[in-house]
Design a protein around this ligand. Structure first.
Ligand SMILES: [Zn+2]
Length: 161
């Protein structure tokens, strides 16, 4: 059921309903209007859903970048070397990778067109985003220790090479 009172019924996540925030400019305190909700502190369901999707895609991009870091035992070292060779801080390299991955994911969702499949994928992304970690939690975790090789069968005095 839709009616006019349902329009901007949700609290803006950027300004938490305040419509903006106070900022110090020189010696003066000025009120900076929130661009996201147009200064009202409230947003409609459509924008809320877009916010959720953006957040889900950002989280997924973090997961994917973090996965690259732990893919091989030396991956973290490789990326640190790559950053050093390009004379950029490691964190900037991560940010650049995150930005590229986020754009890839957005292009993927856009590529689904406007049919019901896209809505279904968006629903899954939004539903999953509450169970996956934020960027800070996702990057990077050390790889699990490799399992020891099974003990050789046969004469324990035989050297297996
Ligand atoms: Zn706002």
């Amino acid at each position: 059921m839709k009616n006019a009172t349902q329009k901007n019924e949700l609290t803006c996540p950027k300004c938490h309903g305040d419509g903006g925030h106070d900022e110090i400019e020189g010696t003066r305190q000025v009120f900076q209007a929130c661009y996201h909700c147009g200064n009202t502190g409230r947003i409609d369901r459509e924008l809320y859903r877009q916010d959720q999707l953006d957040s889900a895609l950002a989280n997924l991009a973090s997961i994917n970048v973090a996965a690259l870091m732990v893919e091989g035992q030396d991956a973290d070292v490789c990326y640190r070397t790559m950053a050093a060779e390009n004379m950029i801080p490691f964190n900037q390299l991560i940010d650049d990778m995150h930005y590229r991955e986020l754009n890839n994911l957005k292009a993927f969702v856009e590529g689904l067109g406007s049919g019901s499949n896209r809505k279904r994928v968006e629903d899954l992304l939004i539903a999953g985003s509450s169970t996956i970690p934020t960027m800070r939690q996702a990057i990077p975790t050390p790889p699990p220790a490799p399992k020891p090789a099974p003990a050789p069968i046969g004469n324990p005095d035989d050297i297996p090479f």
